[in-house]
Design a protein around this ligand. Structure first.
Ligand SMILES: Cc1cc2nc3c(=O)[nH]c(=O)nc-3n(C[C@H](O)[C@H](O)[C@H](O)COP(=O)(O)OP(=O)(O)OC[C@H]3O[C@@H](n4cnc5c(N)ncnc54)[C@H](O)[C@@H]3O)c2cc1C
Length: 393
């Protein structure tokens, strides 16, 4: 039985631990935070992710906490004109698994509970990976816990430590590999549905497109809450700390970006008092996610702008592929190389296409008009077909 050291207990680290345990490996997760708090906002979990969760035996724990939207409505932000309505009511039949929306904290809690029940998984909070070395037989990782520094040996090390991954940093990829601000800031708010009209709790994802901005809305927790994500083009004035949440949002900038939008869109922007800003970053696509006995998963491997709602979904795909590769080959370094080969081309494509989507979503003037005509001309069925490669994989 191999012993995997995993840095990070986000969606990537937890899903990886569950997948490894299911395939007969032992996993120790080291998480820097001292508590896994109610942190984050809503997530869309597309069928490519829920299929993997099902294979890990985790979907049954997730389903009661999630909502299955029956459609994605795409509207023009300025006047609510419908550009398309994508039917998700037969998502499970079409792609083999459901399309869900869920609060990130609920997903994380479900995964933590499953991990805590599994004797092959150990979760150590308040333990930060600070360095590692590897030879042909073992990895040796160094962790800090308060004032204590300690060393742990394992057969492999998984960097599931997010955008500013220490594991990735230590791979020595150079200055060009540093996170780069994507020129866009996501503002997120979760508010009680009672603060909005009744339609807000309907099981539908609504995407409004406008010049240099878009707004996503969907219900959470059986319609009791509404999740809002407003993405605008901006230069980020504050110094980005290591943590993605950057304190109270710049509300005037947000109100200004949506000033010319429809009354319902403006109401959604004006209602929450608790918008939080999340500057978006990218990193270059990596040709490989593995180096000897060390591998990367999730945002550590392929951080992406959230325009395809795929960051967590790709992290979950990584987990399934990693466990499969390790189960198929007793040679750890070779198995990690196989994992990388299975995942890097696809996740790099998702990174690329998410970035391309930023231009399409935020078009203005004649370009926006052309986009709207094209979207209507294409029709919902052909538009949905464009996601088959992603959701049906
Ligand atoms: C606005 C927005 C909307 C999004 N919407 C969606 C969506 O709809 N669907 C979707 O699939 N994705 C979405 N995403 C992306 C998704 O949230 C992320 O891709 C996903 O949560 C990444 O998970 P992760 O576990 O890789 O990283 P993280 O969640 O960042 O977790 C990394 C963990 O590692 C810990 N850590 C860091 N350094 C160390 C260290 N040195 N030692 C130990 N622990 C460490 C951190 O404390 C953290 O707990 C969205 C993102 C944004 C910004």
């Amino acid at each position: 039985m191999r012993r995997a050291l995993i840095a990070g207990a986000g969606v990537a680290g937890l899903a990886t631990a569950l997948a490894l345990a299911k395939s007969g490996q032992e996993a120790v997760i080291f998480e820097r935070a001292t508590a896994l708090e109610e942190f984050g906002a809503g997530l869309q979990l597309s069928p490519n992710a829920t299929r993997v969760l099902a294979s890990l035996g985790a979907l049954d724990s997730v389903l009661p906490l999630a909502t299955a939207p029956r459609a994605i409505r795409i509207l023009r932000g300025r006047d609510e004109a419908a550009l398309s309505v994508l039917d998700l009511s037969n998502a499970a039949a079409r792609w083999g698994a459901p399309y869900l929306v869920i609060h990130r904290a609920d997903l994380q809690r479900a995964l933590v509970e499953l991990a805590r029940r599994d004797p092959a998984i150990e979760l150590r909070l308040g333990t930060e990976l600070v360095g590692y070395g590897a030879n042909a037989d073992k990895v040796q990782a160094t962790f800090k816990r308060g004032l204590l520094t300690m060393s742990e040996a394992g057969d492999l090390l998984i960097g599931a430590d997010g955008l500013r991954s220490k594991v990735r940093e230590k791979l020595g990829l150079g200055a060009d590999d540093a996170p780069a601000f994507a020129g866009r800031v996501a503002f997120r708010a979760t508010l009680e549905a009672a603060a909005l009209n009744r339609a807000a709790s309907a099981p539908v994802v609504t995407l409004r497109l406008g010049p240099r901005a878009h707004l996503v809305q969907y219900p959470l927790r059986q319609g009791a809450y509404v999740n809002l994500v407003a993405v605008i083009e901006a230069s980020w004035r504050g110094a980005p700390p290591g943590h993605p949440w950057d304190g109270e949002a710049d509300r005037p900038a947000l109100l200004h970006a949506f000033a010319g939008w429809s009354a319902p869109a403006r109401a959604l922007i004006e209602t929450p008092r608790n918008w939080r800003a999340w500057p978006l970053y990218t990193r270059p696509a990596l040709p490989s996610y593995a180096s000897g006995r060390v591998a990367l998963t999730g945002d550590a491997a392929h951080p992406m702008v959230p325009f395809l709602a795929q960051g967590a979904a790709q992290a979950i795909e990584d987990a399934g592929a990693l466990a499969q590769a390790l189960a198929a080959d007793a040679d750890t370094a070779r198995a990690l190389a196989a994992y990388s080969e299975a995942r890097a081309p696809r996740a790099s494509r998702v990174q690329r296409e998410a970035l391309a989507q930023t231009r399409i979503y935020h078009m203005s003037g004649p370009m926006a008009l052309a986009r709207d005509i094209a979207m209507r001309g294409l029709g919902p069925d052909r538009l949905l077909k464009r996601y088959d490669w992603l959701y049906g994989a």
